[in-house]
Design a protein around this ligand. Structure first.
Ligand SMILES: Cc1cc2nc3c(=O)[nH]c(=O)nc-3n(C[C@H](O)[C@H](O)[C@H](O)COP(=O)(O)OP(=O)(O)OC[C@H]3O[C@@H](n4cnc5c(N)ncnc54)[C@H](O)[C@@H]3O)c2cc1C
Length: 447
């Protein structure tokens, strides 16, 4: 392994890591910046498993700024820089019953105050525009056992949609990063962050001892070599605590397994073909009134992707750092449990959307949300008391739609700037996503 001493090493080439590396390199062209990943290419971790949806239907300032500036940047990449991201503004339709609608009124007012382009649809309108949807379950015993809620209202978000996570990761960020002279090193698992005394080593046992100042002097790879850098930026998503807990740092990223189920059938063509909502002439991304169950329409091949479902009672996955190179690490298991579809999502969806009845799954996969359990927003911070270590993690299930802003905020933190400039010129106080002076306002509109 090279004995080169890098200025910056980013560990993790998911969308957070690669966006961070790009923004750092763009602002500091002379720096030697390396991105490392254990996978064979960028974006092969949970970025690849995601549904890659984006939205601006948020009520909190932080969510709105992170997501709308990121979306606008992606649109700029596709429309002005001519790099195809398969970005399609298919809109979001949040379905809710009367009680949920009443509870969401304040959030809806905030969205309107913030000039988010939304429209409230009433039941009759929803039924007319999506005739396949069942909206009323009064007198339906099965629906009552399943605790289904009626559909009385819909909130339609216009400037929301889907993109291709691989394309934004590799065709834009990685490619541009390399053009700027950035380096990448794949197939290289990091097994340890090497904690050293900051300054002279004294040769005493178990250095650094308590009173010594500390730094990350290097990282160890699985083949036993060491990589050196002035600063390591850890962007390892759901795996973050494997490297951080052994040195007493908490990433605030708790991994929870999430499934996506896919159904493809010619019978879905009519449902997916819909001229009432968007230029793509397709049914919007639908969020059903219970357990955040959602459905992504993929019109070109008559398929839908089904995600969401209750997380209550689902385990957070704690992994032993000593197992990170083994194949049985549960965080590397991307298989979904199809019985979760059969006995949960299917039972619910077949009531709301009878067109799905008796259709078999055609594919399924799983990934891990790296959830910040306090406010479900990313964390960008420097480790307390350890020089040379910055953490960019906890996408919490909305990292694709926030990644450009997160990359800029992480670059600003690296550059010791108080504010990051997000795309479009919005100034964002970097410490808002840190741990010490964190200032993330409450979000009312969650899936
Ligand atoms: C099922 C699912 C659906 C989702 N849907 C959406 C959505 O619709 N919209 C949205 O905005 N977000 C969504 N997300 C979240 C989104 O995918 C992530 O927040 C986003 O991709 C940012 O990920 P990341 O870069 O933090 O992590 P990752 O993409 O997981 O990147 C971390 C990288 O670190 C590498 N790594 C880990 N440990 C080591 C090590 N020891 N050594 C070297 N490399 C290492 C991994 O190989 C990986 O490439 C979804 C996630 C899942 C799982």
């Amino acid at each position: 392994m090279s004995e080169k001493n890098y200025d910056v090493v980013v560990i993790g080439a998911g969308l957070f890591g690669i966006a961070t590396a790009y923004h750092i390199k763009k602002e500091n062209e002379n720096l030697a910046v390396l991105v490392i990943d254990k996978a064979a290419q960028a974006g092969a971790g949970n970025t690849a498993q995601s549904a890659a949806m984006y939205r601006d239907t948020f009520s909190s300032e932080v969510n709105l700024q992170l997501s709308s500036t990121t979306r606008d940047f992606y649109k700029h990449v596709q429309n002005d820089l001519d790099i195809d991201l398969s970005l399609k503004e298919i809109s979001y339709l949040w379905l809710m019953d009367r009680e949920q609608f009443e509870g969401n009124k304040k959030a809806i007012e905030t969205m309107l105050d913030n000039k988010i382009r939304i429209e409230i649809l009433e039941k009759g309108d929803i039924k007319r525009k999506i005739p396949e949807l069942v909206t009323d379950f009064d007198g339906n015993e099965e629906a009552q056992i399943l605790n289904l809620r009626n559909i009385d209202y819909g909130l339609l978000g216009y400037d929301c949609g889907a993109l291709d996570a691989d394309k934004i990761t590799r065709d834009f960020y990685e490619n541009e990063f390399k053009k700027l002279g950035g380096e990448t090193l794949y197939n290289t698992p990091i097994t340890k962050l090497i904690l050293e005394p900051d300054g002279e080593k004294l040769g005493i046992p178990r250095e650094p001892v308590g009173w010594q100042a500390k730094r990350i002097g290097g990282v160890l790879t699985d083949n036993g070599s060491t990589i050196k850098s002035d600063i390591f930026i850890l962007a390892t998503g759901a795996w973050s605590n494997e490297l951080l807990l052994p040195i007493g740092v908490d990433s605030h990223a708790m991994p929870v397994k999430k499934y996506i189920f896919r159904v493809q059938h010619p019978r879905l063509a009519n449902f997916l073909d819909n001229e009432h909502f968007n230029d793509e002439k397709t049914t919007p991304f639908l969020i059903f009134p219970i357990h955040g169950i959602h459905l992504k329409p993929v019109k070109y091949n008559n398929s839908i992707w089904i995600g969401g479902g209750s997380l209550i009672g689902k385990p957070y996955i704690i992994t032993n750092p000593d197992e990170i190179t083994t194949e049985d690490n549960p965080l590397n298991n991307t298989q979904a449990n199809d019985r979760d579809y059969e006995f949960d999502r299917y039972l619910i969806l077949a009531e709301y959307l009878p067109v799905l009845k008796n259709l078999q799954l055609t594919n399924s996969w799983a990934g891990f949300y790296a959830i910040n359990t306090i406010d479900k927003n990313p964390v960008v911070f420097k480790a307390n008391g350890i020089k040379g270590l910055q953490i960019v993690s906890s996408g919490s299930g909305s990292g694709i739609m926030k990644a450009d802003a997160i990359g800029r905020i992480a670059a600003a933190l690296y550059n010791n700037q108080e504010h990051a400039e997000l795309y479009g010129g919005i100034k964002f106080k970097v410490s808002r996503l840190g741990l010490k002076n964190r200032n993330v306002d409450k979000e009312d509109f969650v899936i």
